[in-house]
Design a binder for this molecule. Structure first.
Ligand SMILES: C[S@@+](CC[C@H](N)C(=O)[O-])C[C@H]1O[C@@H](n2cnc3c(N)ncnc32)[C@H](O)[C@@H]1O
Length: 264
């Protein structure tokens, strides 16, 4: 019992040798969810990107390869994970394309309206104060920006003993939309897509787009393409929208500088 709870704590904040090992497992086990959530961002090649909770740095590497003219900012509270991210992305860091920050999602070290795309994979479980995290995400996101959030569905997570209520908050599609709404995004700005990440593992990708600067490409078609072109697992899943037959497109309210919050 103790070991499951220890794993849950390490996933929330990896530390030391145990955290280092957990990070290496994450790099493999979360590769597909990261690839699909990145596909939902429809990277354009020369954007400012933010990753919330970069863990071992696998998604940074994928995004730097897909969008080599972009600048990627990644924040994590864990020094152990930042060390793995650093060694995995050393060249991109040296060339100024990747910037790592040790810090917390609740207080992002970035200017308002400075980011085009935000990626958050396997981190929403740990947003104890989700309103504060999402307010920061809205603050840094430019009009026209896109935010992609991946979580494993509660139906799968309930079977995993490490995903204890003490460490993990679980989401079904409605819960995920509800959290984003509570954090200031309108319901009609959010698209939630159900995916089968691996056989028996149900995942959710919420894509939040900002209509202020033009409607971004609908994420599900990008995700479908990624599912079809990605590594071939025994069964390739097909997409279905959790919001009925058609995905719902979503708008992020426009902000001006007065919306920026000070968390000093
Ligand atoms: C389960 S890992 C996911 C890592 C990576 N995104 C992936 O999919 O493999 C969660 C990461 O989020 C970080 N994290 C959790 N809560 C955080 C917070 N409030 N501020 C900054 N980092 C946080 C942890 O340190 C950890 O590296």
């Amino acid at each position: 019992m103790m070991i499951w709870s220890a794993i849950g704590c390490q996933l929330r904040h990896p530390t030391g040798a145990f955290g280092w090992t957990v990070g290496h497992f994450m790099r493999f086990l979360n590769a597909r969810s990261n690839a699909l959530a990145i596909a939902a961002l429809a990277l354009q090649g020369d954007e400012d990107i933010l990753e919330l909770g970069c863990g071992p740095g696998h998604a940074i590497r994928l995004m730097a390869a897909q969008a080599p003219r972009s600048v990627i900012h990644a924040i994590d509270q864990s020094a152990t994970m930042l060390a793995q991210s650093r060694s995995r992305n050393w060249e991109a860091i040296q060339s100024g394309c990747v910037h790592l920050y040790q810090g917390r999602f609740e207080e992002l070290p970035l200017r308002s309206h400075s980011i085009d795309k935000i990626l958050a994979v396997n981190v929403a479980y740990f947003w104890r104060d989700s309103q504060r995290v999402l307010r920061e995400a809205r603050r840094v996101l430019r009009p026209g920006g896109t935010f992609s959030v991946y979580v494993t569905d509660a139906s799968t997570m309930r079977r995993w003993k490490f995903a204890d209520a003490k460490t993990h908050r679980l989401f079904d599609p409605d819960g995920l939309v509800g959290m984003l709404q509570h954090g200031g995004f309108d319901h009609d700005q959010v698209t939630v897509t159900n995916i089968e990440v691996l056989p028996g593992i149900a995942g959710l990708i919420a894509t939040v787009g900002n209509r202020c600067g033009g409607i971004p490409p609908l994420a599900p078609s990008n995700v479908t393409a990624a599912l079809d072109s990605g590594p071939k697992w025994p069964r390739l899943p097909r997409l279905r929208s959790s919001c009925g037959s058609l995905p719902t497109q979503v708008r992020i309210p426009c902000f001006d500088a007065s919306d920026a919050i000070s968390l000093a």
